[in-house]
Write a protein that binds this ligand. Structure first.
Ligand SMILES: Nc1ncnc2c1ncn2[C@@H]1O[C@H](COP(=O)(O)OP(=O)(O)OP(=O)(O)O)[C@@H](O)[C@H]1O
Length: 263
């Protein structure tokens, strides 16, 4: 279970001054559910996910994973979470098996425990045919599977996929979506962050549309379609974004516009 309430992150940025990257974001993700975080570049998705994985501290608000608060219990949060991104480093000289085993040992698993777990994982993710292949000789798809296995080695109940299909060809991306669906069937709690609308449409049980740090709307695909009276998801998405941009511009006082406050 993931619980996020009024989460806010402000950066001190040299050129922009105080910059609100995440603005009072709230959502809940339940076990057996894929929650889609959809937004254009810079929407704040990665910042939310970095806070959830305890890499970044929130400025205010609450975030918890399996009941553990990211600020008060970061070690417990890390035990309950796995993070898959598109830029996980793969060591050239380690084999697929050695790499995942290494991360299992970092999680404090015994050699026997980790080996048993790896047998299951390599079967589940169909990695046996390259278990002895070193990183330097792996294809992008193989590397992505190693990243997933790495994130799952300690069998966390919560898994986060941040732009995980970026750079993958259609076949590998399709396989990855299949793996994520299977994880949902096994009761995992999943966040899938992307800017690709079709992936969200095909995969996610509930969706949050994010733009400029805010969640503009959240719900199932059919709830969103009904609420905005729009069946075409792309139209719905861009309609929400442009409405939000218009509202933000309207909220800026004319004096600051005249003084060059908006670029
Ligand atoms: N360390 C930082 N200092 C200042 N601003 C930052 C920092 N990290 C991120 N930002 C800004 O916060 C905003 C949100 O970034 P974030 O990476 O969370 O967005 P995103 O939705 O994941 O987009 P992308 O798909 O491009 O990664 C952006 O405007 C970004 O420039």
């Amino acid at each position: 279970m993931i619980h996020v309430q009024h989460l806010t992150k402000t950066y001190d940025d040299l050129s922009r001054g105080k910059f609100v990257a995440v603005d009072r974001v709230s959502f809940t993700v339940r076990p057996g559910e894929i929650f889609g975080l959809l937004g254009p570049n810079g929407a704040g998705k990665t910042t939310v996910l970095r806070i959830l994985s305890t890499v970044l501290a929130p400025t205010s608000g609450i975030a918890s994973v399996s009941g553990y608060d990211v600020v008060a219990d970061p070690a417990e949060v890390r035990r309950h979470i796995g993070f898959v991104s598109n830029n996980t480093a793969i060591y050239d000289r380690m084999t697929a098996w050695e790499m995942v085993e290494y991360f299992g040992r970092l999680h404090g698993m015994t050699k026997e425990h980790v080996n048993g777990r790896l047998e299951t994982l390599f079967e589940q993710l169909r990695m046996n045919e390259f278990r002895d292949t070193p990183g330097a000789k792996m294809s992008t798809g193989m590397k992505q599977k190693v990243s997933i296995a790495r994130a799952m080695v300690h069998d966390p109940p919560v898994l986060i996929f941040d732009e995980a299909t970026l750079g993958l060809d259609v076949l590998v991306a399709r396989n990855l979506l299949g793996v994520i669906r299977a994880l949902r069937e096994s009761g995992k709690c999943l966040i899938f962050s992307t800017h690709i609308m079709s992936e969200v449409e095909r995969l996610c049980d509930r969706i949050a549309i994010m733009h400029r740090g805010k969640i503009l709307d959240t719900g199932t695909l059919s709830e969103l379609r009904a609420r905005h009276d729009q069946h075409d998801f792309e139209e719905l998405f861009f309609g929400l974004l442009s409405h939000h941009e218009q509202n933000e511009t309207d909220a800026i006082p004319a004096s600051s516009l005249a003084a060059g406050g908006v670029r």
